[in-house]
Write a protein that binds this ligand. Structure first.
Ligand code: PLP
Length: 371
């Protein structure tokens, strides 16, 4: 049997980075160490086939088993009702920005504009019909989540973004919607329990809180297939077809699906989404307490809307010398990826599921020592 002649050099490198680098990257972002270890094995010898996961047919029974397990674990973690499809698609969340209106925008759809990603979804929807922006926090650089709006009963659907990755705001509650509720959960899926049955469609690019870049999760109520627009739907944009084919209409992103499965197994072993919520609450509390009590720093958004995934903060009295000193202190402590998005500036610490509390403690220690 052919066997790959890999050295194990990569393993110590990973072991080192898992322990020494505190990865606050906004995305692609930190994954469970076990997901790397298991997938490295599958690159060398997948399911005892003597072949790599990277060179085996997606129609093989070994990969079909991975797809089945990935489907099952999403259903279990998210309590997905029977009458929903769970799809693993390509194209990123950005493809969902137009795939959704292509399928479901007949006349008019309602959107909230809560950040750059929501604005991207709105822009694409406008290609297909009327877009009713029923609430926006754009005038305040998206530093809060609007709550005071009503969803028109004649809209084809209502689209919202659960977590605004760039600004560090998060919907703590979802409105009850008279029309199908569609949500971009790219940056907080699996971070807390949500009632999936309230949503007609949930989507998430994997690379924030589920797995590596390259696969997009879609959870869709099959009842939506009867609400499709009359325009022709190319096969690759047809949710129903992807559902019927078990996400195997074309070659699915096999490796990102595999790594996502392993990452979600880690989520399950650590208490599922309720366990993640407890972890994420503890991390967020520690960091936001520090931001609020440390005289050098301030948070940038409404306290009640603060994201438990991405915490944005600034130096109160920024000057190049202080910024350089803080950057050097972070680097020294192994803190990586806290530079804020260019549209907000300052700092953004992303605390996705796999980030341990110790990493937040390391950041907090630097902030306190710095003060
Ligand atoms: C990152 C992100 C996107 C874009 O995802 P891609 O997979 O890169 O297309 C969309 N929405 C939100 C909320 C995001 O955080």
């Amino acid at each position: 049997m052919f066997s790959h002649n890999y050295t194990s050099k990569i393993v110590p490198r990973f072991a080192l980075s898992m322990t020494k680098i505190h990865n606050f990257s906004a995305g692609p972002s930190i994954l469970a160490g076990s997901a790397f270890e298991k997938s490295i094995e599958d690159i060398k010898n997948f399911a005892n086939t003597g072949l790599s996961i990277l060179e085996i047919s997606h129609r093989s029974k070994e990969f079909e088993s991975i797809m089945d397990q990935a489907n099952a674990i999403v259903r279990e973690l998210m309590s997905v009702p029977e009458n929903y499809d769970v799809l693993f698609l390509g194209g990123g969340a950005s493809t969902q920005f137009f795939q959704i209106p292509h399928n479901f925008l007949r006349t008019s759809a309602a959107y909230t504009k809560t950040g750059v990603w929501a604005a991207g979804a709105i822009k694409e929807a406008k290609l297909y019909g009327e877009v009713n922006v029923i609430a926006s926090s754009e005038a305040d650089n998206y530093n809060y989540v609007p709550k005071d709006y009503s969803i028109p009963a004649d809209a084809d659907y209502f689209h919202c973004t659960s977590n605004n990755t760039i600004y560090g705001t998060q919907m703590k509650q979802f409105p009850s919607s008279p029309v199908p509720l569609i949500c971009d959960m790219s940056s907080d899926i699996f971070s807390r329990p949500v009632d999936t049955s309230k949503f007609s469609l949930i989507y998430a690019g994997a690379q924030k809180n589920m797995g590596p870049a390259g696969v997009t999760l879609v959870i869709v109520d099959k009842a939506m297939y009867d609400r499709r627009a009359s325009r022709p739907i190319p096969s690759m944009l047809d949710y129903k077809l992807h559902g019927e084919k078990g996400s195997m209409y074309n070659t699915p992103p096999v490796f990102p699906i595999l790594v996502s499965l392993y990452n979600l197994q880690w989520v399950k072993e650590n208490g599922g989404v309720a366990g993640m919520e407890a972890r994420n609450n503890a991390k967020a509390e520690l960091l936001y307490n520090t931001i609020d009590n440390n005289p050098l720093f301030s948070g940038t958004c409404a306290v009640e809307d603060r994201s438990h995934m991405n915490a944005c903060f600034v130096l109160n009295d920024p000057n190049p010398e202080m910024e350089q000193k803080f950057a050097a202190a972070c680097k020294e402590a192994g803190i990586s990826g806290i530079k804020g998005h260019r549209s907000v500036g300052g700092y953004r610490a992303s605390m996705y599921n796999a980030l341990p509390l110790e990493s937040v403690q390391a950041l907090v220690n630097v902030m306190n020592t710095f003060a």
